[in-house]
Design a protein around this ligand. Structure first.
Ligand code: ADP
Ligand code: ASP
Ligand code: MG
Length: 439
């Protein structure tokens, strides 16, 4: 039995957290491959080492002095090493990193050192081998992740390695420079190592007892989800439930490996199982709620639109030409709405509008901004009638005006657009009607 265990930043933020992590690893022999993040926040006003590194590198890249900032980073690691009495001296490593900062080794290199150094500390503390992911996680020249080559390389490299620590978040480019995944990317590394080693389980250890029905920063003490399918999770992750990086699903899913989200601070809690499919009935009609702010909607009206061949294509072409992808596109007989990320759209707005006017001759185009999208996701919604109705009535009771609604063809999710200022109220109202009122 092989388990790959990934520990997030808050799980490795201090010596005390390192002790919990070691207890978890030692309590189960099959926890053989460990993927650490960089030390995260020890308290809410603290700074993650990754952010300290980005800040430091920015100074270095401008040719400014960054000694004090760099010393603060060294101190984060040294305090852990000293407190845990680990036989390890990182001074040479720090000197190399500093020299590379001065030599402008790149922003990705800088950020990756958070995981690299933490990996060295954790490997020494556990007595595990240290394996640098730059040797086996590969990106292509265009910056995309080379999954096939990587999974094979990971398998080849780790065969015969009984126990190892593999830092998360980065790999290497064909020219041997370092490249990171996007923020939160250690989750992806864990998934890659699980797929490469053919693990039985990928445990993702964090600071909450699993995937919760709603963001705990919006709803107080939400319930954890016991079992969720990859598809449901992807919908929620994409819409802002950031417990797990959205790209962390693909490698394990392909290999049929389940993910278990667990809480480092409460290891006895069951957490959430993420699986391909399940016969387990969800406890509630909905599995989860997630949402994001920062959307704009372009509403287009034209009489007889639905009879005009190629109208939709010509509209979308204007977005495509300007490199803007759209999120949703609800439509009526004479209306069509395109929902886009406000910030990206803002940069190309006039070009796109002019293109639509020229090529589609609409009667009216109007733009609404500051929209939030909320995804209500659940495999149980398909077999249950009246879900949309319940959402509407809950939102009406909470005095939230629904600006848009879009149901995915899989009947797995319903997307609701509301004004940004109603976002939190709307999430709470939906949680209330489907969870609290069912208890
Ligand atoms: P780690 O550092 O372990 O990778 P993250 O900060 O990336 O942890 O993810 C865990 C955090 O995700 C939680 O502390 C919580 O604030 C946030 N979060 C957002 N939505 C949810 C949700 N639906 N369920 C659980 N946590 C959520
Ligand atoms: N340390 C990186 C970040 O803060 C990667 C991770 O934590 O997964 O984004
Ligand atoms: Mg994370």
């Amino acid at each position: 039995m092989i388990k790959v265990v990934k520990f997030g930043g808050s799980s490795l933020a201090s010596a005390e957290q390192f002790r919990k992590v070691a207890d978890i690893i030692h309590s189960d022999e099959s926890r053989r491959y460990v993927v650490p993040s960089a030390p995260g926040k020890r308290f809410s006003a603290d700074t993650k080492v990754t952010d300290m590194l980005y800040g430091c590198y920015e100074l270095a890249a401008k040719g400014k002095n960054f000694d004090a900032e760099f010393d603060a980073i060294k101190e984060r690691y040294n305090s852990i090493i000293t407190e845990l009495n680990i036989d390890l001296d990182l001074d040479k490593e720090f000197d190399t990193v500093k020299a590379c900062f001065i030599g402008r080794a790149g922003r990705d290199y800088a950020a990756s050192r958070g995981e690299y150094l933490n990996g060295l500390v954790l490997a020494a503390y556990l007595g595990y081998s240290f394996i640098d992911p730059a040797e086996m996680i590969f990106f292509r020249d265009d910056g995309s992740f080379d999954a096939d080559r990587t999974i094979k390389a990971v398998g080849d490299r780790l065969v015969g390695v009984e126990r190892a620590v593999i830092p998360g978040f980065y790999g290497s480019m064909p020219n041997d420079t370092i490249k990171t995944f996007s923020r939160g990317g250690s989750d992806i590394t864990g998934s890659i190592v699980a797929a490469g080693t053919g693990a039985d389980l990928y445990e993702n250890w964090t600071d909450v007892s699993g995937f919760l029905i709603c963001d705990p920063r919006i709803v107080e003490d939400p319930q954890p989800i016991r079992t969720i399918t990859y598809k449901e999770l992807r919908e929620l992750a994409y819409m802002g439930a950031t417990v797990l990086h959205e790209d962390a699903i693909f490698p394990v899913r392909k290999a049929g490996i389940p993910i278990n989200i667990k809480n480092t601070n409460k290891p006895g809690d069951a957490g959430t199982f993420i699986v391909e499919s399940t016969s387990q009935k969800p406890l509630y009609t909905i599995t989860g709620i997630a949402g994001k702010k920062g959307f704009a909607v372009v509403n287009i009206e034209k009489d007889m639109m639905n009879g005009e061949l190629g109208f939709g294509r010509r509209v979308l072409e204007q977005f495509e030409k300007n490199g803007i992808s759209f999120e949703h596109m609800p439509s009526g007989i004479d209306t069509m709405s395109i929902i886009v990320h406000q910030e990206q759209f803002g940069e190309k707005e006039q070009e796109i509008l002019a293109g639509i006017h020229r090529n589609c001759h609409p009667d009216v185009i109007d733009i609404e901004t500051d929209l939030a999208l909320i995804a209500v996701v659940g495999r149980g919604m398909k077999s249950e009638r009246g879900t949309a109705g319940r959402i509407f009535s809950a939102l009406a009771h909470a005095h939230v005006n629904v600006k848009m609604i879009d149901q995915g063809s899989s009947e797995l999710n319903i997307i609701i657009g509301v004004s940004e200022r109603d976002f939190e109220t709307a999430c709470k109202a939906i949680y209330d009607i489907f969870v609290l009122q069912q208890l």
